[in-house]
Design a protein around this ligand. Structure first.
Ligand code: FES
Length: 361
């Protein structure tokens, strides 16, 4: 074993870690997942950390992607540097990824929850996890966190490739740990015991639900992107390794297609537009990021989607979303009847969706 000291603005921590492991595999286990948009292929450079001690020699990717001065100062790619003895790593201030809106206006609806004591609602986004905890009367707590599967690649298609390539169980364990941590945070905030959660809904896009349940995702990996598993059924918490009683129901909402998932169906339910007779629009806002790298083929000012489900990270320097420029979305009714109008709540939060999406759905 080796000693790993992690320095952050919040203070230093000391751990015993296994020799020979990559920093990129150790840091997530210690609660410090680095940004890894390229999934550890040494191409994006976003996993860089300051590290000194007994480490492997800089890899060809690091020699190519770092300047001689950066290398001399101890900058390393976490996905390339192996711990061979005692090491000290310095990490920058925390990520802004968890800054996601988890509150929103809700439509009035009859409450008929699937739980008796505590119910949890979780949205597995490609980039971010969000969750809320309810009792029979009210919302008790909200929480969000980066999707820990980011170490397998920032985009859906990278993770699909890793799952098809033999890491299906590793991806499932990774997201299950992330959801479990979020549930424990919710209960800590609400001063409740996680063992009292007796019903749960976990939504997400089609790929995220496949990865959570360790379902064969290969049909989503290539045209015509057929989907055999659409969910819309209940699993047990034990089957998903969640920290609640093993036999409680966990409902995964039904997906429409390979890339229109349960997150969309729950939003449709919550917004109430299915019940109306007017033409309506449901808009799904996703994080965008300005790519300032300026490399060939990458417009410095062009906003790009963080998750490109079909294309993958087209820019080798793809970076995580910054705090979204769209922080307070609003709705404006069309002035003219000839113009399509937009109906729905100011922000159809996922939580509102979850609360209406019970197994009867
Ligand atoms: S270079 Fe390390 S994750 Fe991309």
């Amino acid at each position: 074993m080796a000693q790993l000291i992690i320095q952050t603005p919040a203070g230093d921590s000391v751990y015993s870690v296994r020799e020979g492991a990559l920093l990129s595999s150790l840091l997530p286990e210690l609660g410090h997942p680095p940004d890894m948009p390229c999934g550890g292929q040494g191409r994006c450079g976003k996993c860089r950390v300051w590290a000194q001690g007994v480490l492997s020699q800089p890899s060809p990717s690091e020699v190519k992607g770092l300047t001689p001065r950066e290398l001399a100062e101890g900058i390393r790619f976490a996905c390339c540097a192996r711990v061979l003895g005692d090491v000290c790593v310095r990490l920058p201030a925390g990520s802004t990824l968890s800054q996601i809106c988890v509150q929103g206006a809700e439509q009035a609806f009859a409450v008929d929850p699937m739980f008796s004591q505590l119910g949890a609602a979780v949205d597995i986004g490609t980039t971010t996890l969000a969750a809320q905890l309810y009792d029979r009367q009210q919302l008790l707590a909200s929480a969000s966190a980066p999707n820990p599967q980011g170490v397998f690649g920032a985009d859906v298609i990278s993770r699909v490739g890793r799952s098809v390539g033999g890491e299906r169980q590793a991806l499932a364990q990774c997201i299950r740990r992330g959801v479990s941590t979020l549930l424990e945070e919710l209960c800590r905030k609400a001063e409740k015991d996680v063992s009292h959660i007796d019903g749960m809904v976990i939504t997400g896009n089609t790929a995220m639900l496949h990865l959570l349940t360790a379902t064969d995702i290969s049909p989503l990996a290539a045209a015509p992107f057929a989907v055999k598993e659409r969910f819309g059924r209940t699993f047990s918490a034990g089957k998903l390794d969640l920290p609640c009683p093993a036999d409680i129901p966990v409902y995964l909402p039904r997906c429409m297609s390979a890339f229109v998932g349960g997150d969309i169906t729950t939003a449709l339910m919550a917004s109430g537009i299915c019940r109306g007779t007017d033409t309506a629009l449901l808009a799904d806002f996703v994080p965008t990021v300005k790519s300032p790298c300026g490399i060939r083929g990458c417009s410095p000012a062009a906003p790009r989607r963080q998750a490109l489900p079909l294309k993958g990270p087209t820019c080798p320097r793809a970076c995580r979303a910054l705090p979204a420029p769209l922080t307070t979305p609003g709705w404006k009714r069309a002035a003219s009847p000839s113009t399509p109008s937009v109906t729905g709540p100011p922000w159809a939060s996922a939580a509102a969706a979850w609360r209406t999406c019970w197994p009867a759905f």
